[in-house]
Design a protein around this ligand. Structure first.
Ligand SMILES: C[S@@+](CC[C@H](N)C(=O)[O-])C[C@H]1O[C@@H](n2cnc3c(N)ncnc32)[C@H](O)[C@@H]1O
Length: 255
């Protein structure tokens, strides 16, 4: 599956919730004075700035395959380049790589990780976070709807195999000779407003659907999906909605 198009504004509409795993990931990176830091799949660059703030002496760079995301990051003053991570390799002085909510879009990332680790200098850090919620109702309902005759064959979305289990990342990183720190967290996001889960996934998991369908078909798809999501994630008496979101974290420290 090719990388979908991205809408920086839509993606940033849940900024506070989406930023939380980045902070939790970064907390486990022990670098003190890295020379070069890379945000791999930087998105609109609003989190890349946290890398600059933490390591002001480092050359902080960013890559992303989306021209719109790269443009948004550059507007923030980030040194962002349009590169597909599949074609990316670290420069020899890269001491920290952070990849937050990106690699689940890259089906070959399990082959790329050992190559990247091998190219990093000793003592470098590679920190990644991917969603581990492909079996959650938010995704199962999308795939179920896409399997209906009306939509079948219209679009290919990532299935349960998009990311492996935490233990698989641990084995992979340890097998590449790195010290590994792997964990998972289920955040219980408190969302507000009408159809908030639909709004959330419109900025991320539904991007391939948005790309594949015409405006009219996408509106129809949205309208069919909305009541299903409402039933799976009911609104609470105060109008808020709990949205559980499992995420997988893996940090490798090269030797
Ligand atoms: C969910 S956003 C995450 C952005 C940012 N890392 C964050 O935490 O807010 C996913 C980003 O991955 C980028 N992306 C997806 N596939 C990619 C690829 N193959 N190469 C580079 N970037 C990719 C998308 O363009 C998008 O900006």
């Amino acid at each position: 599956m090719s990388s979908p198009s991205w809408d920086p504004t839509l993606y940033l509409s849940f900024d506070d919730h989406r930023a939380r795993p980045f902070h939790d990931l970064l907390a486990r990176v022990g670098a003190t004075a890295p020379r070069r830091v890379v945000d791999l799949g930087c998105g609109p660059g609003h989190l890349t700035g946290l890398l600059t703030a933490r390591w002001p002496g480092a050359a902080v760079g960013a890559v992303d395959s989306s021209p719109d995301m790269v443009a948004a990051a550059r507007e923030r003053g980030i040194d962002a380049r349009q590169v597909d991570v599949v074609d990316w390799m670290p420069e020899p002085d890269t001491d920290v790589v952070v990849s937050n909510a990106v690699l689940h879009w890259v089906p070959t990332h399990l082959q790329l990780l050992p190559r990247w680790l091998a190219a990093l200098p000793a003592g470098a850090w590679f920190a990644l976070q991917v969603p581990g919620n492909f079996g959650a109702p938010s995704h199962v309902l999308v795939r179920g709807l896409l399997d209906q005759p009306r939509w079948r064959g219209a679009v290919d979305v990532r299935g349960d195999d998009a990311v492996p289990e935490p233990g698989d990342y641990a084995d992979l990183l340890a097998g590449a000779g790195a010290e590994t720190d792997v964990w998972e967290t289920t955040y219980l996001h408190r969302l507000t407003g009408p159809d908030p889960v639909l709004g959330w996934i419109s900025g991320s998991a539904l991007r391939p659907v948005r790309d594949a369908l015409s405006d009219a078909d996408y509106a129809e798809f949205h309208a069919e999906l909305a009541p299903r999501l409402r039933a799976a994630y009911p609104s609470r008496p105060d109008g808020s909605t709990w949205f559980p979101f499992r995420r997988i974290f893996a940090v490798a420290h090269t030797r």
